[in-house]
Design a protein around this ligand. Structure first.
Ligand SMILES: Cc1ncc(COP(=O)(O)O)c(C=O)c1O
Length: 374
């Protein structure tokens, strides 16, 4: 790319009020933008307990790919624990992005059809692009439309993958995976489900809770959100695992995460059931927020721990989020084209460390800002 073009593209972003920058937030402010939905990543007591238990085993580099010497025993211990919980094979990966991308690019090719919810994450599209498969997008969460697509293409393809997330990151709405599993029985496709925003909030995930694991060919569990960590798990049949180890570029040609992460991930996994008190508190906070949103007549989507407070304009979303940050709330605007035009918003991620009083005060401040700008 020529430097002139780079300059032009950045200038265009600026003119559209859409230039991204990297910000540092003040730690004393109320963080409403974190995806640490159970508040475990920031928990000092948990950290102390972890250090006490594992201090001598901690290493900060694995120094090699899992295929060479980066496959520490602790990673295998973690996978064995996952196998027991999920009743299938598991593969620890370095991130949710690489898990999604590597599954799709490794197993699918130009003879495949990939049918994807149109709002699926960028990592899913990265895999699709790399695979060379034909891609068809169905309307967000619209199962009738998914069936129309399946009906239309079923004669032309015998290698079909349907991909969905569970909780969606921008609206916090939830896919009806049971209905997709029912379609699978009729149309015989492979199914991939991404639990990035549901792991932790729904315990081991929605697929586990709804007893749907045996019908899901590839379950991905990114850990950077409710998992309070980094890395990801792929839950699949053993033959897929073996194939990924042999052909998955994102596992073969990358240094594996250091043992400290596997230790922490195992520590958290072992505690997942104990975290039910945090989940209860979180759901109480979600219900409380919904009630207050209604009371204050705020245009919002709030079906889960993710709240979308709609503003409907890029510039105004920027001004409001900046004013709220000045008042001590860590919030950022989510603008078009990341979300549809007219739904530009502030996205809030709830967690049980936020009190009801704090969220109520924030919602009142948001409403004041909205009133003064429109
Ligand atoms: C739905 C979804 N899948 C995958 C990812 C990527 O996971 P990771 O951050 O672990 O790369 C994200 C966001 O980060 C996500 O929102």
């Amino acid at each position: 790319m020529k430097i002139e073009e780079i300059k032009n593209q950045l200038e265009k972003k600026k003119l559209e009020n859409n230039l991204r920058t990297l910000k540092i937030f003040k730690e004393e402010d109320l963080n409403l933008s974190s995806n640490d939905y159970l508040g475990i990543g920031q928990d000092k007591k948990l950290k102390e307990e972890f250090l006490e238990k594992y201090r001598d085993k901690i290493l900060f580099s694995s120094s090699s790919s899992r295929l060479i010497t980066g496959n520490y025993k602790i990673i295998r211990d973690l996978e064995e624990r996952l196998n027991k919980i999920y009743g299938k094979s598991s593969l620890v990966m370095n991130s949710g992005f690489s898990a999604n991308k590597t599954i799709i690019e490794t197993f699918y090719n130009k003879n495949s059809l990939i049918i994807t919810d149109r709002l699926n994450h960028s990592s899913i599209y990265a895999g699709i692009l790399e695979s060379g498969a034909k891609v068809v997008r169905y309307r967000h969460l619209d199962i009738a439309h998914l069936e129309t697509v399946l009906e239309k293409y079923k004669k032309d393809y015998d290698d079909i993958l349907v991909v969905t997330e569970t909780v969606y990151s921008m609206d916090g709405d939830i896919a009806p995976i049971k209905k997709i599993v029912d379609l699978k029985k009729k149309y015989k496709f492979n199914l991939m489900v991404d639990e990035a925003h549901s792991y932790g909030v729904f315990g081991y995930g929605i697929a586990y809770e709804e007893n749907l694991l045996k019908d899901i060919d590839f379950l991905t569990i990114p850990l950077g959100k409710g998992g309070g960590s980094i890395g990801s798990y792929i839950i699949c049949d053993e033959i897929y695992r073996e194939y990924l180890i042999n052909f998955g570029r994102e596992i073969i040609y990358t240094t594996s995460l250091p043992p400290v992460n596997a230790l922490w991930n195992l520590f958290i996994l072992e505690k997942m059931e104990e975290f039910s008190d945090r989940r209860k508190k979180l759901w109480e906070l979600i219900d409380f927020s919904k009630e207050k949103i209604k009371e204050l007549e705020i245009n919002a989507i709030c079906d889960s721990q993710i709240m979308a407070l709609i503003i409907g304009d890029n510039k105004k979303a920027d001004i409001i989020s900046k004013n709220l940050r000045d008042k001590g709330y860590v919030v950022y605007s989510i603008k078009s084209p990341t979300v549809a035009k007219g739904t530009e918003r502030i996205r809030v991620g709830l967690n049980p460390n936020i009190s009801k009083e704090e969220i109520f005060n924030f919602l009142k401040e948001f409403k004041n800002e909205l009133n003064s700008i429109f």
